[in-house]
Design a protein around this ligand. Structure first.
Ligand code: HMH
Length: 232
């Protein structure tokens, strides 16, 4: 019987909140074509602010991967490709904002955006374990991948003008990138859980910290969608 990797265990154990983050009413409204366009514009402006804060977070994960000194793992290449897509993403946000008449220089971060960005800043600290940071990184990307892929599935009625946005995170390439992040996180969790790295006590602590961090990501994602809907 194949056993679950740690991230599978978490997703099963915290299934309700996971569904809450990946099948949120905002996403369901995009999928069924009833989305309020003012909600989409609000999401666009706030997510631009989030993505700008996400870049230094990903850079901090890259530094942790480098410091680990395991060149053969390929972790740095995966993370670096993520930074590359974020470069495209920022350009896309600017282009999309001008298409919708959203002036990004005038968008102020709302409370859920501020809180989420502050959480990212905490995770950037050098004391934060690579395993914990990788678990957060995977969860953040996976929520968007699963959410937007749902809007592109057979039978969805996503409006044409929103399909490009859904493609950004819902495409197969992004799905494979999320699987790579997940594999890195699971390999790290497996290593620390089995005590195959030194300082077993500290490492076990990293596993529970990583799980708590995963849960916090899901909560921040739900708050972010709620804000976009205007239901926060
Ligand atoms: C809020 N979560 C939020 N924004 C994003 N762009 C992603 C995740 C994925 O990059």
């Amino acid at each position: 019987v194949p056993y679950d990797v740690m991230t599978d265990t978490w997703v099963k154990k915290h299934r309700l909140i996971y569904i809450g983050a990946t099948r949120h009413p905002f996403i369901l409204s995009i999928r069924d074509g009833t989305v309020d366009l003012s909600a989409f514009k609000r999401w666009l402006g706030q997510d631009y602010i989030f993505v700008r804060a996400f870049v230094p977070f990903v850079a901090s994960v890259l530094i942790k991967a480098y410091k680990k000194g395991d060149e053969s793992s390929g972790d740095m290449e995966v993370i670096l490709s993520g930074l590359g897509s974020l470069n495209d993403e920022i350009a896309w946000f600017k282009q999309e904002a001008s298409k919708w008449g959203v002036d990004l220089s005038q968008v102020a971060p709302e409370k859920p955006t501020q809180d989420y960005c502050r959480f990212l800043e905490e995770l950037m600290r050098p004391e934060v374990d690579y395993t914990v940071a990788m678990a957060a990184f995977w969860a953040i990307e996976a929520v968007y991948q699963e959410s937007f892929a749902h809007c592109l599935e057979e039978g969805s009625k996503t409006p044409t003008e929103l399909q490009e946005a859904c493609q950004r995170w819902g495409n197969d390439g992004f799905g494979r990138y999320c699987s790579s992040l997940r594999n890195i996180a699971d390999r790290q969790l497996e290593k620390v859980a089995s005590g195959s790295v030194p300082l077993v006590k500290v490492s076990e602590d990293a596993v529970s910290k990583a799980e708590v961090t995963f849960l916090r990501v899901l909560e921040y994602e739900v708050d972010f969608w709620n804000m976009s809907c205007g239901t926060d």
